[in-house]
Design a protein around this ligand. Structure first.
Ligand code: NAD
Length: 463
């Protein structure tokens, strides 16, 4: 078995091969797309143990959370089931003055697309965009993160095993490789990563007028009102924050808690942390590790301010940081100025919902907002008065696996979205088509125009 390792100098050749393959028209056929998706599904099932093991090596992931990566098969099943419906022309109605004729939206593939992935869900965040790229009939080049090397190698092996590189190829490497890829012209780029690199990607894409989908991060707030089921709220927050040791783009970044419920919530969260990870979380088999020392040092630096309510212990040799609750913070503290992306959970309070909403709206638009509240008026208020890539009410994280929901950010948290039909649309050009018969050709639009202006005014709705 060979890996598809491509030197930067070979990237232009690979792209040329893919352009030629795309030009054959093979990728446009529904049967071809379905076969590729089914082959991918089988390969993921076949290699599930290796995928889980790679996540363990890269991130110390417990096997249960490793299976989140394998969860792409659920997205594959959804795509396989709906592909033909997504591919169908979408009829639109004609205005009366345009009849006779017909009009429709014709989805068509874009060509050769580039997918650049991050290290935190290193398998899933390459394969999930790939599903959309294949479903929409494209060729694709994939660049996984160099900071999850075990997954990068296993992805390279899997891709080489099932795809013709002229259709789908994987290029391993770091920043230089990414930059060599970005120097080329693609028909679309889907990038998942941080805001800083997102800007680099968008700048490079602009040279070729390549459209981009930028799946970025940011600080996702979690509002907790007094009107909740306390035990369930604590269970859900602790799970969503500390899975993958907080290295989840849609993890609740910080809690914004009504001051009346803070003491009870803190107690419930502490109990849950102990129930999930024991008295000594360093010994827990269910807690991932921080991806590398640079991230570890950054996170430990954030512990300088505030009061640690539980956790706070850490060990650099095994990149362990305990699930940590912190209060006594202000918005000006470093931990509230950047995306945390680790197992540290700041707890801030609010007095009125208006105050909480204003605090969120003063800051960059988040990837996700979480709200815990039973009250419908409270739910509606947060729904209508805040903006974020997604909103999840009374739960965390699970919105990511509702395949018909668009997944993406807004403002600084990203551009564009994908998943399910939204991936199909993202990786398609939606061509508008108008078809007219010859048998009727009224004279109203042709010169000489004399005497026709009243009729035209009526057509455009003036009289
Ligand atoms: P990153 O931006 O550092 O790196 C992402 C990718 O970009 C990697 O493949 C890397 O090799 C490449 N890259 C790095 N520097 C580059 C450069 N100068 N030019 C071109 N390419 C370059 O992100 P990361 O640290 O791997 O991931 C963490 C970030 O990703 C967090 O901000 C997180 O919120 C975000 N994220 C977002 C989502 C989402 O779906 N919206 C999902 C996961 C992670």
């Amino acid at each position: 078995m060979t890996t598809t390792l491509v030197a930067p100098s070979a990237i232009a050749d690979l792209l040329q091969q893919q352009r030629e393959f795309f030009a054959t028209g093979v990728t446009r056929e529904d049967e071809f797309r379905l076969t590729q998706l089914k082959n991918l599904r089988q390969a993921v099932v076949r290699h599930q143990d290796e995928i889980v093991e790679a996540a363990r090596i890269d991130l110390g992931r417990p096997a249960f959370e490793g299976y989140f990566e394998v969860g792409v098969i659920s997205e594959l099943d959804h795509a396989i089931k709906h592909l033909r419906a997504w591919m169908r022309p979408r009829k639109v109605s004609l205005p009366l003055n345009q009849k006779p004729g017909s009009a429709w939206v014709q989805p068509e593939p874009l060509g050769v697309v580039l997918v650049i992935g991050p290290w935190n869900y290193p398998f899933q965040l390459i394969i999930s965009p790939l599903i959309g790229a294949i479903a929409a009939g494209n060729c694709a080049i994939l660049k996984p993160s160099e900071y999850a090397p075990a997954t990068s190698q296993m992805l390279a092996k899997l891709v080489a095993e099932i795809f013709d590189p002229a259709h789908v190829a994987l290029v391993e490497g770091g920043v230089e490789t990414a930059q060599a890829l970005l120097a080329e012209r693609f028909d679309h780029i889907l990038f998942t990563g941080g805001e800083r690199v997102g800007k680099v990607v968008m700048q490079a894409a602009a040279q070729h007028l390549t459209p981009v989908t930028l799946e970025l991060g940011g600080k996702s707030p979690c509002i907790v009102t007094p009107d909740i089921d306390l035990a369930v709220t604590a269970r859900r927050i602790v799970w969503g924050k500390f899975l993958n040791a907080g290295q989840t783009c849609i993890a609740p970044d910080y809690l914004l808690v009504h001051e009346s419920i803070k003491p009870a919530l803190v107690d419930a969260l502490k109990q849950r942390i102990q129930a999930c990870y024991g008295d000594n979380p360093a010994q827990s088999p269910d807690l991932s590790r921080i991806v590398n020392e640079a991230q570890f040092d950054r996170l430990v630096g954030l512990l300088d301010r505030g009061n640690v309510l539980i956790g706070g212990d850490h060990s650099r040799p095994d990149r362990f940081i305990a699930p940590t609750l912190i209060d006594g913070l202000t918005w000006d503290d470093p931990i509230m100025q950047e995306e945390i992306f680790g197992p540290l959970l700041p707890i801030l309070t609010y007095r009125t919902l208006d105050e909480a909403i204003a605090a969120i709206n003063q800051r960059p638009k988040p990837l996700t907002t979480y709200l815990f509240a039973k009250d419908k008026a409270t739910q509606d208020k947060v729904l209508h008065q805040t903006t974020s890539g997604s909103l999840c009410i009374n739960d965390v994280i699970l919105q990511v696996a509702v395949w018909d929901l668009p997944f993406g950010g807004v403002g600084n948290s990203g551009i564009g979205h994908y998943h399910g039909p939204h991936s199909f649309n993202t990786f398609s050009h939606l061509k508008g088509v108008l078809k007219k018969p010859f048998w009727m050709d009224l004279n109203w639009r042709y010169p000489p125009y004399e005497g026709k202006i009243q009729l035209f005014k009526r057509f455009i709705g003036l009289s």
